[in-house]
Design a protein around this ligand. Structure first.
Ligand SMILES: [Fe+2]
Ligand SMILES: [Fe+2]
Length: 347
């Protein structure tokens, strides 16, 4: 999980990057949270389910899946432009997986230090998976002649502080949206094998199951803090994080639509599908989710996208007006009706 933000080229690896790789893609945001509070997690609230999930993570189903010897070099005939689109996708993904690894690793260490060995081990399993994902993407990049010095990426950037509830809400969503993104791409490529331009895509199915499990692990953590999903607090946190994640997804997928087009996927439809599925899945963890029956949320997405493009294209005195229109639309989307779920029944 991560958000790409601006940064310095000095944080990159030793190898110079091809010019099409934007330095912004390479600087993830790293998070820190209320670790002392986290160490007081009351596991007894969900003890039975925690033990089942622990066993599942311990079995390490994908131990042999990410074959380190598998050749990732068989790229179909791609034009230089398409190749750069593929490489940019790899870079964004590797940074995202690696920042997930760092956060899980840090949480794991803090739990261990606080004497919460089983929780420490639990998060170690999550860190293990993300490190594997990042390593695999790193290999695909290497096959393209690009080396990214991952361990040095976070060194020049202060971590962003998020309260524990924020971390759990955003982690849950980032894992589940990651799951839907990978599985929808996988399903599409299975139906259109001629579009699977890189061997990397052959690995997506078990990969997305990792992300799905991670989301379930975070859901368990949320259940151990029932106050997080109750009352007004639960409603505002659900609204805020669903809205932020969906808005970011719409803007980034549609802005970087080239990658999806390369795979023969319509980015706007893909974004819609990912949002619908993630909102639906979130009913298992969040007390409220957006109501999509009336079609307003999804329709507004298109207006937001157009307003965003217009703002980007406008110059001079008209720019603030274009920005104002965009802001009004996103606030309208934020305030759209939500529906109550059964997720707090455990509390
Ligand atoms: Fe991952
Ligand atoms: Fe994950």
């Amino acid at each position: 999980m991560t958000t790409a933000t601006s940064g310095s080229l000095e944080t990159l690896g030793r190898n110079e990057l091809p010019p099409h790789l934007d330095e912004n893609l390479l600087t993830p945001r790293f998070y820190t949270t209320e670790f002392d509070k986290a160490s007081k997690t009351d596991l007894d609230i969900a003890r039975k389910d925690f033990e089942a999930m622990f066993k599942e993570m311990e079995s390490d189903y994908n131990l042999k899946h990410f074959d380190r010897k598998a050749s990732l070099e068989r790229l179909q005939e791609l034009s230089p432009e398409d190749k750069s689109v593929y490489e940019s996708y790899l870079v964004r993904s590797v940074v995202s997986e690696f920042s997930g690894f760092l956060l899980f690793k840090e949480i794991s260490n803090r739990f261990k230090k606080a004497g919460r060995a089983e929780l420490g081990q639990f998060f170690q399993f999550l860190a293990r998976d993300e490190a594997r994902h990042a390593g695999f993407l790193g290999r695909a990049l290497k096959a393209e002649g690009i080396n990214i010095d991952l361990p040095n990426l976070p060194k020049k950037r202060a971590a962003t502080f998020f309260p524990l509830s924020w971390v759990l809400y955003s982690l849950y969503l980032s894992e589940k949206i990651g799951y839907w993104r990978y599985i929808l791409i996988n399903r599409h490529l299975k139906n259109n094998p001629d579009k699977a331009c890189a061997p990397l895509f052959d690995f997506f199915e078990p990969w997305c199951q990792d992300e799905n499990r991670h989301g379930d692990c975070i859901n368990l953590m949320m259940r151990c803090w029932p106050g997080m999903t109750k009352g007004f607090r639960g409603k505002i946190l659900s609204r805020f994080f669903l809205w932020t994640v969906f808005l970011t997804h719409t803007l980034t997928v549609c802005e970087r639509g080239d990658f999806y087009k390369l795979l023969g996927i319509d980015p706007v439809l893909f974004d819609e599908q990912v949002i619908i599925e993630t909102n639906n899945t979130s009913k298992n963890a969040f007390p409220w989710v957006y109501k999509f029956d009336d079609g307003k949320f999804l329709k507004l997405r298109i207006d937001i996208l157009n307003a965003f493009k217009k703002w980007r294209a406008t110059e001079g005195v008209k720019k603030p007006v274009a920005l104002g229109k965009f802001v009004v639309l996103i606030i309208k989307q934020f305030a759209l009706p939500m529906e109550k779920t059964n997720a707090t029944r455990y509390g």
